[in-house]
Design a protein around this ligand. Structure first.
Ligand code: SF4
Ligand code: SF4
Length: 241
């Protein structure tokens, strides 16, 4: 995002809307620190500027900077997956996508949050750790899959590593037998990640809407405290058989 300094009147109204803290005063005008900006579009979308000084920068869709927009702007459609909102359908819509069927387990690692954000180098720290443990089952419909240069090492394409985004999700589908290795690996690499992340483990519910005991046993055995979460996406559901 850019703010045209010659147009800005320095009212400061845009600054609180930036989740990255990337807008600051300089010479009584607001300016966007380009390295900190996630290209989330919030400052423009709220239409708070009284003089129309805020605009998308010409580079916003240039690779690799465009990754900032795809992972941070909920209205941007990811160029590879064609999906809005971090470029993936996520586990939250599993009832429709059926990525994870009965008896299968899914794992989602949601890295970054507003104000903290994250560097894509943090994603590489996790994908490298997973690869070292022999875990390379990154969900093919997740944009991270196409960003990996070498599945054997978990290395991302090198030109991406300096990009900062609001949040990104690594998704895996694993067999129950592989889940303990995945959980151990994520726990071991957690301190190397320079942001916050949420670890989701998901599956389909059993008859009676209960969480499979087998899943909970694995999670507890690996030392995690679990909290059940469900999300109902209005209008997305399907009638079950
Ligand atoms: S696009 Fe988002 S991150 Fe960039 S300056 Fe605007 S609000 Fe801040
Ligand atoms: S809202 Fe517009 S005029 Fe006010 S500080 Fe931001 S860019 Fe400048």
């Amino acid at each position: 995002m850019i703010i045209y300094k010659e147009v800005c009147v320095g009212c400061g109204r845009c600054q609180p809307y930036c989740p990255a803290g990337a807008i600051a005063f300089e010479d009584m005008k607001s300016v966007v620190e380009q390295d900190a900006c996630y290209e989330c579009g919030n400052c423009l979308r709220v239409a708070i500027c009284p003089v129309d000084a805020i605009h998308d920068s010409p580079q916003v869709y240039q690779y690799p900077r465009a990754l900032r927009k795809y992972f941070s702007d909920p209205c941007a459609t990811h160029a590879v997956t064609g999906i809005e909102g971090r470029g993936t359908e996520e586990s939250k819509t599993n009832d429709v996508t059926e990525r994870c069927g009965p008896g299968e387990f899914g794992v989602a690692i949601e890295v970054g949050r507003p104000t903290l954000g994250m560097g894509l180098a943090d994603i590489q720290r996790i994908t490298r750790a997973l690869a070292r443990s022999g875990i390379t089952e990154i969900e093919p419909q997740n944009p991270i899959h196409s960003m990996i240069a070498d599945p054997a090492t978990g290395d991302l394409k090198v030109e991406m590593l300096n990009e900062r985004v609001l949040s990104a999700i690594i998704e895996l589908q694993v067999t129950p037998e592989r889940l303990p290795d995945v959980l151990r690996t994520i726990k071991a690499v957690a301190n190397e990640v320079d942001s916050v992340f949420t670890l989701d483990v998901f599956t389909t519910l059993e008859p009676g809407l209960t969480i499979p005991r087998k899943l909970l046993d694995i999670v507890e055995a690996e030392g995690f405290t679990w909290r059940p979460n469900a999300k109902i996406n209005m209008g997305l559901g399907r009638a079950s058989d």
